[in-house]
Design a binder for this molecule. Structure first.
Ligand code: 2NL
Length: 343
């Protein structure tokens, strides 16, 4: 029996030694020490021993049991530690690898230019007013001296939603709404920036574009006020050295009307490709508010006057940044806005 116990111990030592997982170790623990394990089975045969041998064998069996127990515990600790180390090794992060980086967006150049324009007019005491992009014919056409029969109304290739509703073709309806709300009160001094819509699509026309219109109504307003205002605007946007000139033009909502040029920002007036050798580039349209428009909006044209102007935001941005195709602003191509990160 002593020999058997010894060989059990040797076999157990070998198995414990070669166990490579906690599951394996558990299994051999049951095999040696469990209720149906080898040592228990051997101890059942104690009855065949002499009374002197029994306590000796019992003591030896217990020692073998304890040794196997302590060896499995040690191995268990070792395997647990090893499993943890393996896991940590697998999860380890190489902090020397380069980072994945982050894509930071930039403002669309039109937003940058729109904000700069707004700031310019805020500094001159204007209020910014916005309004609906879906309009009706009264605010978009009729009130602005464009009756249904007016040729400008088919000239303006309009997106109609229903017979009644359309996408505004300019931001003037916002100004009509503002005047009507004021019920004849003075002064009116507002700019209306926003998206407008026309059935146009080529390198210099987009079906969706942005405008900033300005309107001043008060007593004793003259064309000199308009010219001074636009000169200040041109100089704030393009540089203190810039000059402007007004050329006679026609808009149904202003009389007289003018097209406004700025001294060429590329060649400073010497003549180049941008200004077609003229030294001037057109930047906006303007004029004195037509008496009919004042009347339609609740003002007496015999008592008050007004000036108004409309500036294409894309036009200003194209000039300022040398953009050749208006559609680049609306392409959604990140290579466009990336060039404007940080303003
Ligand atoms: C252009 C021309 C213009 C106006 C817009 C306006 C608004 C009211 C009354 C009178 Cl409520 N006029 N706006 C006046 C003249 C020209 O825009 O070519 N814009 C890009």
């Amino acid at each position: 029996m002593k020999n058997e116990l010894n060989s059990i111990l040797q076999a157990a030592k070998k198995e414990i030694d070669s166990a490579s997982s906690l599951a394996q170790l558990n299994e051999l623990k049951v095999n040696y020490l469990g209720k149906k394990g080898e040592i228990t089975t051997l101890l059942r045969q104690m009855g065949s021993l002499s009374p002197e041998e029994r306590p000796v064998m019992g003591k030896l069996a217990n020692e073998v049991k304890e040794e196997i127990q302590s060896l499995t515990e040690k191995k268990e600790d070792y395997l647990k530690q090893k499993e943890l180390e393996d896991k940590l090794l697998k999860e380890s992060i190489d902090i020397t690898l380069p980072g994945t980086g982050r894509n930071i967006g930039g403002l669309n150049p039109l937003t940058i230019v729109k904000r700069a324009m707004e700031e310019t007019f805020i500094s001159m005491g204007y209020e910014i007013v916005e309004g609906p992009e879906i309009e009706n014919e009264f605010y978009n056409f009729e009130a602005l001296n464009l009756p249904a029969t007016h040729p400008a109304r088919d000239m303006q290739d309009t997106f109609y939603i229903t017979d009644e509703f359309l996408l505004r073709t300019h931001t003037s309806p916002v100004q009509v709404r503002t005047m009507l709300k004021k019920e004849g009160k003075l002064p009116v001094k507002i700019v209306s920036p926003g998206r407008v819509f026309r059935k146009d699509d080529d390198p210099t026309h987009s079906p969706v574009f942005q405008q900033l219109e300005g309107l001043v109504v008060d007593e004793n307003i003259t064309m000199a006020d308009l010219k001074g205002t636009l000169l200040l605007f041109a100089q704030k946007m393009f540089g203190k050295d810039k000059k402007i000139r007004l050329r006679p033009s026609y808009f149904p909502f202003t009389e007289p009307s003018a097209e406004v040029d700025i001294s060429c920002i590329m060649c400073d007036g010497d003549g180049c490709g941008t200004c077609s050798q003229t030294g001037w580039v057109e930047i906006l349209g303007a004029g004195m508010v037509h008496p009919n428009v004042l009347k339609n909006a609740g003002y007496d044209p015999n008592k008050v006057q007004g000036f108004a102007f409309g500036i294409g935001i894309e036009r200003v941005a194209m000039l300022k940044y040398g953009v050749k195709d208006i559609r680049d602003f609306y392409s959604g191509d990140i290579r466009v806005s990336k060039q404007f990160i940080g303003g």
